[in-house]
Ligand binder design. Sequence first.
Ligand code: TTP
Ligand code: MG
Ligand code: MG
Length: 389
Amino acid sequence: MTAPPPGNTSERRIAHLDMDAFFASVELLHYPELRGQAVVVGGRSVDQPVMEPDGSRRFARLRDYVGRGVVTTSTYEARALGVFSAMGLMKSARLAPDAILLPANFDAYRDYSRRFKTAVAGIAPLIEDRGIDEIFIDLSDFDEDSQSLARRIKQAVFDATGLTCSIGITPNKLLAKICSDLDKPDGITVLGMADIPDRIWPLPARKINGIGPKASERLGKLGIHSVGELAAAPGELLVRHFGRTMGSWLQQVAHGIDERPIKTSREPKSISRESTFQRDLHAKLDRDELSEIFTGICLRVADDLARKGYVARTIGIKLRYADFQAVTRDITLSTPTADGRLIRKAAGECLKRVPLDQRMRLLGVRAGTLLPAAELAAPTAAVQAELPL
Ligand code: TTP
Ligand code: MG
Ligand code: MG
């Protein structure tokens, strides 16, 4: 995708979605009895809750924490007491001694991250992955109004995860990122370019993604605190203090201008595995050993395909002889597959088509022309495969 040509007046619709108190909210799914309490994620494994004989759980409290750990995230109840991400745990214990402390459980967070992204992709497939708990979504092609789209996406996320998120929908990524944070938690903020003076200009300049603590301090010294003050600052003043590139960027963003397209992650073109032998092998003399290695490579390719959710229409081999010459062969299957035995069979066919009188040092198997596996099951989803995901 490219930015719209200059003079194009049709506004894009870009959403930024960010999960609410993400790690802490995932923990509350596991410990629902903690709902409504100040909870902090950031402890060590010794802070794991302990099951009491009566079946209840005993949780670690912030006041008992000794060490140098920091808060990874906190529930909104803990934030109300002044406890935020990156604060030292011992310092936060002074503000909220009774808060519950839990160790982080990254596997669970990654799992819920995948779940919410898949749920959104089921509604709107043009997604830019921005990390574990946030995405941009290009909604420009929808006719539906922004509020109802946002509600539908939030509902899909909730149905898939039991978690709430906040969404900003605006004409670009810059504004969407700001807006997803304006009504947290569980919020929806929709705005257009005309709303910038009322809604964006009163905000502190550091709300703009890219204006960090250093830049905002330097702006402060120039008497510029809000986005509106930045928008009103003379261009040459900004260029003088920040250089041409940063100076003109500051001016643009203060006016809410941002043409960056959504960068959707590419579908992989192929998945391959190869193995370099410990010693050079001969097709006939080392037949069993070679066959075992070959099958192993095919099974790993099959496993990669299954894990990533693809089926392959072409299977190929790469072979490097002892003299470092390489050859490749491939074959197109009548039906796309992720089945290890079928991949092995097809790769075996390829192997028959290469000269095998010389010893080999490397063998590789490649699955190409990939399709999402879901499409084999649901041909109606074929349209989606044409989108530049
Ligand atoms: P954020 O989206 O910044 O925060 P959050 O989801 O906890 O809360 P909010 O409702 O304000 O969005 O970060 C997402 C997760 O990333 C967060 O749950 C924990 C992790 N994280 C860290 O590990 N260290 C940090 O300094 C921050 C800010 C977040
Ligand atoms: Mg978040
Ligand atoms: Mg986030």
